[in-house]
Design a binder for this molecule. Structure first.
Ligand SMILES: Cc1ncc(C[n+]2csc(CCOP(=O)(O)OP(=O)(O)O)c2C)c(N)n1
Ligand SMILES: [Mg+2]
Length: 326
């Protein structure tokens, strides 16, 4: 691996961890409304997959998507301001934590409904296929979402039409407080593609390099015309489902076992061991990231709220009916 690539990955791992910590603090201070779903423990999934993607690829993510947005290049300021519901946020303060959006970066959300990402992703995939494009769609979903009807309907259509969609399961083993073997008859999510002829692969979702390699391979197949692929990333969230959940349904032993496989520390060890990064570089990056996040919080704090709440809610009548109705 090139040193610059290792540096970029390490930067994003640190940023992901630091950003979510700051978001949690801001939430407890009452600066963020609604629900807040955080990503610590799962960083290797968003970072490994998105470092393998091209700038032209589309991203459709869930409500646990702050890190995906950051890795895609939306600034920490714009993401934090969106969490704070401020006019300077990437969705102009109207979306909040679960509805980050950036058309330029082809970041198509942020969806709060479980199973919603599939149908959006195949719509975009269909459009790409119709235009004979080379871009792909990265479609994220949780293990719980694999039980939704939209998952099966979308896999069927994607396979039938050979759509360029990479379905990425962020299998953190829980659907809120329900463990995977209690909510899914076949817990190996990568096998769910079999019924539709979609190749599935499972990867260690705590290992950013493994995720990177598996995603590169899947995207190569998609761009070669092999049709949709399914990647299951086995991961773990260190916090509760959302800030409203203490996660008391998990044993301390389980959490400690997974904490020992921390994706940030794992990569740090490998990168330093291989000489891609020096200890001093790691420390300097950690300082830089802390400042980036502090700056984002300050920016969000000082930003104005949206002036109106109804902007963009209703379409003008002529958009719908061709001419204004009296
Ligand atoms: C259609 C629908 N049903 C229920 C919910 C409530 N809900 C929000 S998150 C969630 C669990 C989803 O778990 P999973 O797909 O594993 O994602 P994770 O939160 O673990 O990342 C549920 C049931 C919802 N948002 N949408
Ligand atoms: Mg889950």
């Amino acid at each position: 691996m090139q040193k610059s690539e290792a540096r970029a990955i390490y930067h994003d791992l640190l940023l992901a961890r630091e950003f979510e910590q700051a978001a949690a603090e801001a939430y407890t201070q009452g600066k963020i409304g609604g629900f807040l779903h955080l990503y610590p423990g799962e960083e290797a999934v968003a970072i490994g997959t998105l470092h393998a993607a091209d700038a032209g690829d589309y991203v459709v993510s869930t409500y646990r998507e702050h890190v995906h947005a950051l890795v895609r290049g939306i600034s920490p300021r714009a993401v934090m301001a969106e969490l704070f519901g401020k006019a300077t946020g990437c969705s102009r303060g109207y979306g909040g934590s679960m509805h980050l959006f950036d058309r330029e970066r082809r970041f198509l959300g942020g969806y709060a409904i479980v199973g919603e990402t599939f149908t959006v992703a195949i719509g975009v995939g269909y459009w790409i296929a119709m235009n004979e494009g080379r871009d792909a769609v990265l479609c994220y979903f949780g293990d719980g979402a694999a039980n939704q009807g939209t998952f099966h309907e979308s896999l069927n259509m994607a396979a039938l039409w050979k759509l360029p969609v990479l379905f990425i399961c962020e299998n953190n083993h829980y659907q809120i407080g329900t463990e995977i073997h209690r909510h899914t008859a076949v817990p190996e999510i990568h096998r769910h593609g079999v019924a539709y002829g979609i190749p599935g692969r499972k990867v260690d979702g705590m290992d950013v390099l493994a995720v990177l390699e598996a995603t590169r391979e899947a995207l190569r197949l998609i761009r070669d015309g092999a049709g949709p692929q399914l990647l299951e990333c086995e991961t773990y969230r260190y916090r509760g489902h959302s800030m409203a959940d203490a996660g008391a349904y998990r044993s301390a032993l389980e959490v400690a076992e997974l904490a020992a496989r921390d994706p940030v520390r794992q990569f740090e060890k490998i990168a330093c061991g291989n000489g891609w990064l020096k200890t001093e570089e790691c420390e300097a990056l950690a300082r830089q990231v802390r400042e980036e996040v502090e700056d984002a919080v300050r920016f969000a704090d000082e930003s104005p709220e949206p002036e109106r709440l109804d902007e963009g809610v209703h379409a003008e009548p002529f958009h719908l009916y061709g001419e204004a109705r009296s």
